[in-house]
Design a protein around this ligand. Structure first.
Ligand code: PEP
Ligand code: MN
Length: 337
């Protein structure tokens, strides 16, 4: 038994009202992608319904639940905005998302903002709602942290990316951030995914450490099928039998995603490795694959960081690394931005 869902592109002559009626009649999702109205059918539809033939411009038979994110439907990698920088498409940009694990203080987040500026980088991360494994660990500054991120945006013009820990925070977070991060532990949370799908913000979804590639892309489908196609995937390491490193960065998985999925991919060597000593060389391996972005944690004094202390790079190491990445990226036809 093979699943067969279908993507049906309606003719341009079909009005939105007509499309809505067709979607209802055929129990389908109605999505607008690149100006085209698409119906996405459930797996009970085995072939193009005769009643739809006249209204159909094109259709694709899909054999699993990867639809809008599939290169079988849309071979070109989608272009997605991270603030005013585009990644994916034909851009060949490798965007660096830099900054501390958590926003801890104004001084701390400003120092990271300055380092990015010095390196001509403009995408600042910092968690305000941290999904910690223990309730006794630092949970993040919450709204106070969001205010500090906004301040950095105003002072430095940086693009802000921060994590939503649960769906109730989305309405608050979108006031302060350009990109919503859905963390590895939150990516199964359909409340968060659906809430993200109702915003027009870019959504960066991190792969759960026990998540198959199929499930990972299906999480993206939740956001896309809800109407938000601005999704970026982030590989950040999976759990294997190995315990010497924090996780295992799945570069094979990245190759698979590049082959089968049309979403830009950001790699996070910091969380995968878990130890600062391995992050620079691992980052170089990522860049050599030709990727759309990198997420690297950096902190003014990692040893006293309130979260992920062992993996954050100090500013000297971070600066050296970024400068080494620039020519490396150029070698594979990409530009560090
Ligand atoms: C983070 O980016 O700081 C984070 C919590 O990552 P992950 O969700 O991948 O563990
Ligand atoms: Mn972290």
């Amino acid at each position: 038994y093979q699943r067969r869902n279908m993507i049906i592109a309606l003719k341009a002559t079909i009005s939105h009202t007509e499309a809505l009626a067709l979607a209802k009649q055929h129990e389908s999702f109605l999505i607008t992608d690149d100006g085209k109205q698409l119906l996405i059918t459930s797996s009970s539809v085995k072939e193009l319904p005769a009643s739809l033939k006249e209204d159909t411009e094109n259709f694709w038979v899909m054999t699993n639940d990867i639809q809008l994110a599939s290169r079988k439907y849309r071979p070109q990698i989608r272009e997605v905005a991270i603030g005013n920088i585009l990644i994916g498409g034909n851009t060949k940009n490798t965007i660096v998302v830099g900054g501390p694990c958590s926003v801890e203080s104004e001084e701390q987040i400003r120092s990271a903002s300055i380092v990015l500026k010095e390196l001509s980088l403009s995408t600042l991360r910092g968690g305000c709602y941290k999904p910690r494994t223990s309730p006794y660990s630092f949970q993040g500054l919450g709204i106070e942290g969001l205010r500090l991120l906004r301040k950095m945006k105003e002072e430095f013009g940086h693009t802000i990316i921060t994590e939503a820990r649960d769906a109730t925070q989305i309405h608050e977070i979108i006031e302060y951030t350009d990109v919503i991060q859905v963390g590895a532990k939150a990516m199964y949370d359909q409340g968060i995914l659906r809430a993200c799908s109702k915003t027009n913000k870019t959504v960066l979804i991190k792969r759960g450490f026990g998540t198959t590639l199929q499930e990972f892309v299906q999480a993206a489908e939740f956001v896309m099928s809800g109407g938000n196609l601005n999704v970026v995937l982030c590989e950040r390491g999976i759990r294997t039998f190995e315990t010497s490193t924090r996780f295992t960065l799945d570069l094979c998985g990245v190759a698979w995603l590049k082959e089968h999925c049309n979403l830009p991919i950001i790699l996070d060597p910091s969380h995968a490795m878990g130890y600062a000593y391995g992050v620079p060389s691992l980052t170089k391996a990522c860049v050599a694959m030709g990727v759309d972005g990198l997420l690297i944690e950096t902190h003014p004094n990692p040893s006293v960081a309130l979260s992920d202390a062992s993996q954050q790079l100090n500013f000297e190491v971070f600066k050296t690394l970024i400068n080494e990445l620039k020519p490396l990226a150029n070698c594979v036809g990409y530009t560090i931005v």
